[in-house]
Write a protein that binds this ligand. Structure first.
Ligand code: GDP
Ligand code: GDP
Length: 436
């Protein structure tokens, strides 16, 4: 599982500057996807090829007790409780403040590992800056400059050092598709899980060894194996499964990462919210296969159904490749069809694409529409091969490919997806330019 680093500190110490620096290397394709709203507080960072989650708790104002600030504070508290390590930022230019001391007391209480980080340290004497903050009692602070990048790599190195590196995909696939049921609170995830697991044979149920482990529940349906990746600490209570923890963005992110297919559950009786779109955005960014379950279809009339379908087409247009199902988890309606789409999305995500057919498809796409010239450069694509699965990655080789615009990259993607009839998974294209 990816370690989670959580940034805390009073407002203006540089948390969001550090967050942006850590999460900057984004897939350009996802970054300019029209309609996609991203949650700027959760991101994926990379140290070399080692990924980790980063959470920015925003301004930690210990005084806020109600309203939207209190809700933010609640989410910050939850992120702190679920952190693998806390990066406690202070401002080297402003020096130690009473608010820093107050936050230090609270962080000590959490029992999580804390790294004290003195930011804005560029051009300052490290020893002098560090001395100022010693009395916070977290040992030697790490001095960085989030805006210049000084010391950031060393900080992340130190923060990640205690956590084991994930073994690279030794999944033999025998457990069937790994499915994460995701969505905001109250959309009906637990109800859907019970509809799936209720009458079906739950093969085994491994309890987590530590809180870091997510529970996976293998089950069988119509003679096929699946593994459910839990997002909320499912426990069996009598005949039904019950989510014992409240909604957690970090657990959702981890479940998406560990799954092959994410089932995004939406509530038909409510408007599509920003939180829905954020969760969809997380899944999109991860490259997972996806199926959308619009739940509580039993509870809405035909007028609302029409309205909702229009709303979905507009707000989730970046998921045009995913199948949408209109279901009632409560009444068990539409679940068979939903699971057939899960199967289809898994198959699409795992597809093996033969090099000759990929290259022929590429040539045909170029004939239909050649990439635009860029000044004196004329990008020339020569051949394509598959570079990965879940999501399928098509590596295109040629010359001057760095001059191909994103719009053309998207055209190629759509073309590959149509020709190979990939439904339910995104597809990614990587350009490899020959050096000469
Ligand atoms: P946050 O409220 O903790 O998220 O803080 P921000 O990231 O918004 O930064 C607050 C201010 O500090 C902004 O004006 C930043 O440009 C500035 N800042 C952030 N990091 C550094 C740094 O390393 N050095 C200096 N000199 N300023 C910084
Ligand atoms: P979760 O927080 O996403 O796990 O949501 P729950 O499964 O706990 O469901 C939240 C509420 O929605 C409960 O009161 C459920 O009974 C109700 N609910 C779930 N699925 C449906 C459905 O298909 N139709 C209707 N009408 N209500 C549902």
């Amino acid at each position: 599982m990816k370690p989670t680093l959580v940034l805390v500190g009073r407002p203006n110490v540089g948390k969001s500057t550090l967050f942006n620096r850590l999460t900057r290397s984004r897939d350009a394709l996802v970054a300019d996807m029209p309609g996609l709203t991203r949650d700027r507080h959760y991101g994926i960072g990379r140290l070399g090829d080692r990924p980790y989650f980063v959470v920015d708790t925003g301004g930690l104002e210990p005084a806020a007790k109600d309203g939207i600030l209190a809700e933010m504070a609640r989410q910050a508290d939850q992120a702190i409780a679920e952190a693998d390590a806390l990066l406690f930022l202070v401002d080297g230019r402003a020096g130690l403040t009473p608010q820093d001391k107050q936050i230090a007391v609270e962080l000590r209480r959490t029992g999580r590992p804390v790294h004290l980080v003195v930011n804005k340290g560029e051009g300052m004497n490290r020893a002098v800056v560090a001395a100022d903050f010693h009395e916070l009692g977290f040992g030697d602070p790490i001095v960085i400059s989030a805006s210049h990048g000084d010391g950031v790599r060393g900080l992340i190195d130190a923060a990640l050092a205690p956590f084991p590196v994930d073994p690279e995909g030794e999944d033999d696939g025998s457990g069937g598709p790994k499915v994460a049921i995701i969505g905001r609170p109250n959309v009906g995830k637990s109800t859907l899980i019970n509809a799936l697991l209720g009458e079906e044979r739950v093969i085994a149920f491994d309890m987590p060894g530590t809180t870091r482990d997510a529970i996976s529940i293998p089950f069988e349906r119509n003679g096929k194996n699946y593994t459910l990746i839990d997002t909320a600490g499912l426990r069996r209570k009598g005949k039904v499964f019950e989510a014992i923890e409240k909604f957690s963005v970090i657990k959702t992110l981890q479940a998406i990462e560990q799954s092959n297919v994410a089932v995004l559950v939406l509530d038909a009786s409510q408007d599509i919210s920003e939180q829905d779109a954020h969760i969809a955005g997380f899944a999109l960014e991860s490259g997972r296969a996806m199926v959308v379950a619009v739940n509580k279809w039993d509870a809405v009339d035909s007028y609302r159904r029409e309205q909702l379908k229009n709303d979905l087409a507009r707000k989730l247009n970046f998921l045009s490749w995913a199948k949408f199902h209109y279901i009632s988890a409560l009444e068990g309606d539409g679940i068979g069809a939903l699971m057939r789409s899960v199967d289809g999305a898994y198959a699409a995500a795992m597809i093996k694409l033969a090099t000759p057919k990929l290259t022929r498809t590429l040539q045909a796409a170029i004939t239909k529409q050649a990439p635009p010239r860029h000044g004196i450069f004329r990008p020339k694509m020569r051949y394509a091969h598959q570079g990965g699965s879940n999501p399928p990655v098509v590596v295109v080789h040629g010359n001057a490919l760095e001059h191909i615009p994103d719009s053309y990259k998207r055209f190629l993607e759509r073309n590959f997806m149509e020709v190979f009839k990939l439904q339910g998974t995104p597809l990614r294209i990587q350009f490899k330019t020959a050096r000469n």
